[in-house]
Design a protein around this ligand. Structure first.
Ligand SMILES: Cc1cc2nc3c(=O)[nH]c(=O)nc-3n(C[C@H](O)[C@H](O)[C@H](O)COP(=O)(O)OP(=O)(O)OC[C@H]3O[C@@H](n4cnc5c(N)ncnc54)[C@H](O)[C@@H]3O)c2cc1C
Length: 444
């Protein structure tokens, strides 16, 4: 790997190689790095990229996510379609079940990928996707280095704690690696982006629009009855549970959704957002008396080493860049898990940002403008959630949950679901999108 850029290094001279810091190695970060190094420019002109990640490696955790429409084109451009398709979860569709596991409605996935149903034709575990994308970035980096370029510097187990910028540079302080300067900084550090907080300051207050709902994602040992369908159970008190296939023989995945209209969970979590012991205790309390798979769910929560708990929210900002800092993926425009579009938006954002920077290598302000122009319409559509999401799908009473199942059954039997999927499904099918001259070697 390349060495770190020296303190306050580089120039803004249009002939110099740019150095770019990408904060966050989740989904969007490694794709941006890969595409920035896949420009048709001579290797000497390729930017020097640093990826900063607060975890010790790309987090192998996270459960089922979907890649849809334009996201699949980008995976194809990266040459990763086969690798990803070999490792999808194989989910067949969604079944709405009651406490006795009776099926009230079932909506099959559209395996052609033409209609955006609840289950995409490309469903994959987030951790697996993150590892595949990081693997590609590492291989591309090695290839660039072998050709005399700078490649990517990977800085794990560190974070950003200070940021300021002048006309020429962004100056940052990393907790362990110390002070550095970059031409550009990209915040792809997720929903609670530190980059966004540091660069926008108070101007970003209020940009996180809470959906008054929390989600706990974790794995459980697969049981014979689990099958390849997603089972979705709605319980009173604003809760629902999804049991889903993982694509492996030994593991199923669970998602517990908890409505928090009163704000009680938010108050309990305040200041301890990353305390897994507290998160697990809270979820275990809520699972008391859920009636469906209760003891299995509780055992799985206690045993989970991949437990991930967070609020569900959307990020709404008027502008995604400030000077030489730009936001990407959830950090700039999270649409929430209810949109089914988070990963697709992260991929599309990385594609347009890399393309815009390559098209305007010496004019970051123009590049950021073009990136936003290309992404904004897709984000605006994705942030419009399906009717009733999320609270109509999380009733408070026993009778409310029964009514919801009857409603789902009516939609199923009347075949309205086909129309709803066609016109109200996740808006990932983009007929025309801007093409850039990426040269991604499929074989590496
Ligand atoms: C551990 C985890 C599990 C998830 N599980 C699911 C799931 O099961 N289902 C679902 O729908 N969505 C899940 N998500 C969210 C989903 O990955 C995103 O909505 C989507 O893929 C957008 O990707 P992103 O790259 O913008 O953000 P993310 O995938 O959230 O990646 C952000 C990255 O930035 C890193 N980071 C955060 N703060 C800092 C910091 N201060 N310094 C350095 N690095 C930082 C994070 O560790 C992470 O690697 C999960 C996210 C994470 C981080």
């Amino acid at each position: 790997m390349s060495t770190s850029p020296p303190l306050h290094s580089g120039t803004t001279n249009s002939r110099a190689r740019q150095n770019i810091l990408i904060v966050g190695c989740g989904i969007a970060g490694p794709v941006l790095a890969t595409l920035l190094l896949s420009s048709p420019q001579s290797v000497a002109r390729l930017p020097q990229v640093t990826i900063l990640e607060r975890n010790t490696a790309a987090l192998g955790s996270g459960q089922n996510i979907d890649i849809r429409g334009i996201g699949k084109h980008i995976i194809n451009i990266l040459g990763l379609t086969d690798e990803i398709k070999e490792t999808t979860t194989g989910e067949e569709g969604v079944k709405i079940v009651d406490a006795n596991n009776r099926i009230w409605a079932q909506y099959a996935a559209d395996k052609t990928g033409k209609v955006e149903t609840g289950t995409s034709d490309v469903e994959i575990l987030r951790g697996r996707l993150a590892e595949i994308l990081l693997g590609k970035a590492k291989r591309v980096s090695k290839d660039v280095e072998a050709r005399g370029g700078a490649g990517i510097e990977f800085v794990f187990n560190d974070t950003i704690e200070h940021l300021d910028q002048d006309d020429d540079k962004v100056h940052v302080r990393l907790t362990k690696a110390g002070e550095r300067s970059y031409d550009l900084v990209v915040g792809s550090d997720g929903l609670h982006s530190r980059t966004r907080q540091l660069a926008w300051g108070q101007a970003q207050d209020g940009c996180l629009k809470q959906l008054e709902m929390y989600g706990a994602f974790f794995s459980t040992k697969k049981e014979a009855a689990d099958g390849e369908w997603r089972s979705w159970y709605h319980s009173p008190r604003g809760m629902s549970v999804m049991l889903r296939p993982s694509g492996t023989k030994d593991k199923s995945t669970m998602l517990v959704l908890l409505a928090d209209k009163s704000g009680a969970i938010a108050r309990e979590m305040r200041g301890s957002e990353r305390d897994v012991v507290l998160q697990k205790r809270l979820v275990l309390e809520k699972l008391n008396g859920i009636f469906w798979q209760e003891s299995r769910l509780k055992d799985a929560v206690r045993a989970a080493d991949d437990f991930y708990f967070d609020c569900t929210a959307q990020v709404k900002l008027e502008k995604w860049s400030k000077g030489r800092v730009v936001l990407l993926g959830d950090a700039g425009h999270c649409a929430s898990p209810f949109s089914g579009m988070g990963t697709t938006l992260a991929l599309a954002g990385a594609y347009h940002l890399a393309g815009s920077l390559i098209s305007h290598p010496d004019q970051h302000d123009l590049a950021f403008e073009q990136y936003e122009e290309n992404m904004r319409p897709l984000v605006t559509k994705a942030q419009k959630l399906a009717p009733g999401m999320p609270h109509l799908f999380h009733p408070q009473t026993f009778w409310g949950a029964c009514l919801l199942r009857i409603f789902c059954a009516a939609i199923y039997w009347s075949s309205i679901i086909n129309l709803l999927s066609r016109f109200k499904g996740p808006p990932a099918q983009v007929r025309k999108f801007k093409q850039y001259d990426f040269v991604v070697k499929k074989e590496i």
